[in-house]
Design a protein. Structure first.
Length: 350
């Protein structure tokens, strides 16, 4: 009797189990879309801004520093007054020679009239003219020295160092300032060998810097034909226009290089993780309108420079493709799409 009760219980459990309605498990997936390949590619590398020249500035004449009008780190424009020497003695020298020159000029004028009246010889007249000319040269030299007591910026740039203080004596040619010339700044970036081999197809260059919204157009200057110890080649670029005032020497920037591909492959690129293989064939999961995934065969090409797989055949470009967890799916599975967090929602916490 006891054994019959056990058998009946087991039969009842089996009957209940067979009649239970199973709910299929819905898997969560992330999606991506194919990106059509172009006849050009864009690669980004880190670069650094460098001043093309560093200039040492000094007076052309000696004297005592009267005033320094800039300090280290100041941005100055071409023609801006930077410093002045005490010019009192130079002004007196110009004034004295000017009086002498005016006096000799009157004497030469009288001598000319006498020469025309043949009261003096031609030799005496020529000597008077030559003396006036020599005096005029001396006067101009003194005027130049007076002008040299003011030091102006020869170009746009930044004052890197100030080497003297007011009231100190400086000699002609002594470096009063060290200045970074930013009128011809350049950007230096290191590029890998793969990029170097495509140098003939470089189309254009742009620069991005923190705090500057617009892209800055760049011009090609040079590319080192020799790699360094890390197998990188040094690329030098110049600015298409006057450099932005917020750009300073030593600033890190991003350089984008556009490369033209004459024999570009036609097809699409997708993340390499979206592909799975069965035997010698490659497939992707495409999503239908009813949230069901379908196994779609594709023809693979190579991996591009950004690590994305090139699909030569099998896609039209309009598909939505599962990009992660592809080995956990089966043909006909119903899935739930997880939206990617926005850039402003870091980590998807909001």
């Amino acid at each position: 009797m006891k054994n019959k009760w056990i058998v009946a219980t087991l039969a009842l459990m089996c009957a209940c189990s067979d009649g239970e309605v199973k709910t299929p498990q819905i898997k969560n997936v992330f999606l991506t879309t194919p990106v059509a390949m172009s006849n050009e590619s864009k690669n980004i590398y880190s670069g650094i801004v460098k001043a093309a020249h560093e200039i040492n500035l000094g007076f052309k004449t000696a004297g005592q520093l009267e005033e320094i009008l800039v300090k280290e780190g100041d941005y100055v424009q071409k023609g801006q007054l930077l410093a002045k020497l005490d010019d009192a003695d130079y002004k007196l020298g110009v004034e004295a020679l000017q009086i002498q020159y005016d006096q000799v000029c009157d004497e030469v004028e009288r001598t000319k009239k006498l020469y025309e009246q043949k009261s003096v010889s031609a030799n005496d007249y020529e000597k008077a003219v030559a003396g006036l000319k020599q005096l005029g040269i001396q006067l101009q030299v003194n005027k130049n020295k007076l002008d040299y007591t003011s030091l102006y910026a020869p170009t746009d740039g930044y004052i890197r160092s100030v080497n003297f203080a007011p009231a100190e004596m400086v000699d002609a040619g002594t470096a009063l300032f060290s200045m970074l010339d930013v009128s011809s700044m350049e950007v230096v970036a290191d590029i890998p060998v793969g990029e170097y081999r495509q140098r003939k197809n470089f189309e254009n260059f742009t620069c991005r810097a923190c705090g500057i919204d617009d892209e800055i157009a760049m011009n090609f200057l040079s590319l080192s034909p020799k790699a360094d110890g890390n197998q990188l080649y040094q690329l030098h670029l110049s600015f298409d226009k006057a450099p932005h005032k917020q750009l300073t020497a030593g600033m890190n920037v991003e350089i984008e290089i556009t490369i033209r591909h004459d024999n570009a492959t036609t097809g699409y690129t997708i993340p390499a993780g979206a592909i799975f293989k069965e035997g010698n064939s490659a497939y992707v999961w495409t999503l239908s309108n009813d949230s069901v995934v379908n196994k779609t065969p594709v023809v693979l090409g190579n991996i591009d420079s950004n690590g994305r797989a090139i699909i030569l055949e099998g896609l039209t470009g309009d598909e939505q493709i599962v990009r992660a967890g592809v080995n956990m799916l089966q043909d006909g599975d119903k899935v739930s799409v997880i939206e990617s967090p926005k850039k402003s929602n870091v980590g998807g916490l909001l």
